[in-house]
Ligand binder design. Structure first.
Ligand code: SAM
Length: 270
């Protein structure tokens, strides 16, 4: 990290916890698979992960929001023709258009990143909703990784798990202790790989996400009560019976496929 300018100060707001354990970027590269790939990196920081990505990938486009990091990053990768550093805010830019311009509109692109804690969810939602990436492998807080991969009925399971599992197949790769970073965060991190899939239940997609939102807004309530502001109780009870669910079931017990079946059933009776 000796390439940082004197005036640089680690920003909590920008989630600047940089990797200092050199084994972690290597593990991310090995376990996620980066050979010959086109890679979008969010937040290269001091370049710890970028260096490893550059050594195996076909090309790397790295988006960094902190202006103080741009010159050192450009200098660091001046002799790497397969690395492009862009000064931009990943939350605000048109990420798919940037990738189309840089890699080509038909090119397969994957994401690799050690994400800033504060913007993990909005960034992930943006990346996944863009449908531009065949996989998104990111380091996040362990708690978030567990929520993404949570199964129905577990305490971690919620609307965000369903969103991620609707569009991707998540797999927790490995955990990373606070000692791997400078400055040291208070929490444990984890690397999670989300492989994109074609959503199976797109016919009733809107209804499915409407149900999920209502069900988890009041997750302690039975599904019938949680949905009562929008759906007639009898209608929901009939749909649950048809799907062989008990009348007092809570939304947190329903898988993505179960929510899709319920959405289809309620659409039928509308
Ligand atoms: N990749 C480096 C590493 O692993 O050591 C740094 C990771 S650090 C957790 C997150 C990085 O994301 C920081 O460099 C931060 O400046 C950058 N960042 C924060 N918000 C961003 C945004 N909206 N767009 C692009 N980069 C951002």
């Amino acid at each position: 990290m000796n390439n940082l300018p004197k005036e640089f100060k680690f920003s909590k707001k920008l989630g600047q916890n940089f990797l200092i354990d050199k084994t972690i970027p290597k593990r991310i590269v090995q376990e996620s698979g980066t050979d010959g790939k086109n890679i979008l990196e969010i937040g290269p920081g001091a370049g710890a992960l970028t260096v490893e990505l550059a050594s195996s990938a076909s090309s790397v486009l790295a988006l960094e929001v902190d202006p103080l990091l741009i010159a050192p990053l450009k200098e660091m990768f001046a002799t790497c023709p397969n690395v492009q550093i862009e000064h931009t805010d990943a939350l605000k830019c048109d990420i798919a258009a940037l990738c189309d311009d840089y890699f080509g509109s038909d090119a397969d692109v994957v994401v690799r990143a050690n994400l800033p804690y504060a913007i993990t969810s909005p960034i992930l939602i943006k990346l996944i909703e863009s449908r531009r990436f065949s996989d998104v492998t990111v380091m996040v807080q362990l708690e978030v990784a567990e929520r993404i991969a949570a199964k129905a009925g577990s305490p971690e399971y919620g609307a965000f798990s369903i969103f991620c599992q609707y569009y991707t197949e998540p797999k927790l790769l490995f955990k990373v202790p606070p000692t791997a970073f400078y400055p040291r965060p208070k929490v444990t991190s984890a690397v999670i790989k989300m492989t994109s899939k074609i959503p199976e239940f797109s016919e009733n997609e809107k209804e499915l996400f409407r149900l999920v939102k209502l069900a988890f807004a009041q997750r302690r309530k039975t599904l019938v009560n949680a949905l009562s502001s929008r759906y007639d109780k009898e209608r929901v009870l009939n749909a649950l019976q048809k799907l062989n669910f008990t009348p007092d079931i809570r939304g947190e017990r329903l898988s993505v496929a179960d929510f899709a079946s319920l959405a289809a059933e309620l659409n039928k009776s509308a």
